[in-house]
Design a protein around this ligand. Sequence first.
Ligand code: SAH
Ligand code: SF4
Ligand code: F3S
Length: 434
Amino acid sequence: MKYHIVTYGCQMNLHESEKIAGVLRAAGYDAPTSAEEADIIVFNTCCIRENAENHAFGNIGALKKLKRQKKGLLIAVGGCMVQEEGKAAYLKQKFPFIDIFFGTHDLPELKHLIERKRRERKSVVSVRAAREEVEDGISPVRTSYPNAWVNIIYGCNNFCSYCIVPYVRGREMSRRKEEILSEVRALVKEGYKEITLLGQNVDSYRGDDGTTFPELLDAVASIEGNFRVRFMTSHPKDFSPELVAVMKKHKKICKHLHLPVQAGSNRILQLMNRRYTREKYLEDLALLRREIPDCEVTTDLIVAFPTETEEEFQETLSLVEAADFASAFTFIYSPRTGTKAAQMEGRIGEDVAKDRITRLVALVNELTRRKSAKYVGKTIEILCEDYDAKKKMYLGRDEYGRMGYFKCERDPVGEFIRLKITSANGISLYGEEV
Ligand code: SAH
Ligand code: SF4
Ligand code: F3S
């Protein structure tokens, strides 16, 4: 029997899908395949913005026909959207052909849910209110070699006013330091070349012995072997000189910090419940760059938060210039039921929001283009991670997070490659192996 997994959302979900694959193997499904060939199709959903949900709705709806044609096909829907209050019931009514619903805390249950569904006619639903054990005991089927994701903390306690994550992922729960270190050691032994420590908010990590995130990062980067370390996501309110010191101390830690700022206006930041100011954010970046001058910073930005004025939006634009980001993910604010911001007055109209995001994207692209152009003629070191069939080129990122493409006769995935950059296009660099 074969499986097909469709993943939406963040890296946390991508890694969770590797765990879903692990559970499916234990339940008798032995290999991945296309949706048409699969005996079980699993959707791992996201609800961070409305369009993430609509996307999933469309793709789940499209399976109705396949489900009718293929006897015995199971369809399971899990992840953040299912964890939203009332959503499982809504989905059940909208898509009666879905066999299994499982929330974000129910992954260890999935095998039993599948077995139950094979016996019962009606759909089975499991949406627990909270994570029971921090260790899920699931061996993931990793699909991202040479990178391996390693969870260090689950959940989020920050309650940024726009964000649904604390509601669907629950309260923070840190894994034990020794569990993390032994997982990393094993991965390095298996030949993984890049370890990405994952959490909605890695800075909130607190080990059983009081270990802080910089201490954990120090311990991970002290493990012997030829690999590099990334981590995400950091919260500006927790930025610390200790973190910078550890990043500076270890060559293995990539000189890249993803530090979502969200907005450039202090009034909006406060309404977002972000707990830092524009000035503090820029001071922190200045400290980071004094210590590690070539460190690249990327960010997330939201436009058209309720009541955001044109002047306040322009503060986001000026912050983007001042912060010298290497790149940024940009979003239009999307109201999420149950969050504080969804109840705020002063929603911004669609036309204004679209105009703002267009201007922001243009600025971000221009800054990225300018940065990329500077690389032409230089040599960078990338870790080759994949083959792009469309471009007919291999690709990989340097430690700063920049993507480099190159042609190669052998399969270099998993090798560190020195690339002489010959041209740049937007965020992508093109080069030749030297
Ligand atoms: N824990 C991480 C990631 C959260 S989700 C963090 O705190 O950075 C990733 C990004 O989605 C956020 O940084 C934010 O920019 C965006 N986002 C979250 N909720 C949103 C909403 N309701 N509307 C628009 N963008 C949102
Ligand atoms: Fe959402 Fe804020 Fe938590 Fe990030 S830190 S997941 S934006 S509530
Ligand atoms: Fe989406 Fe859940 Fe990640 S809402 S962004 S998949 S934590």
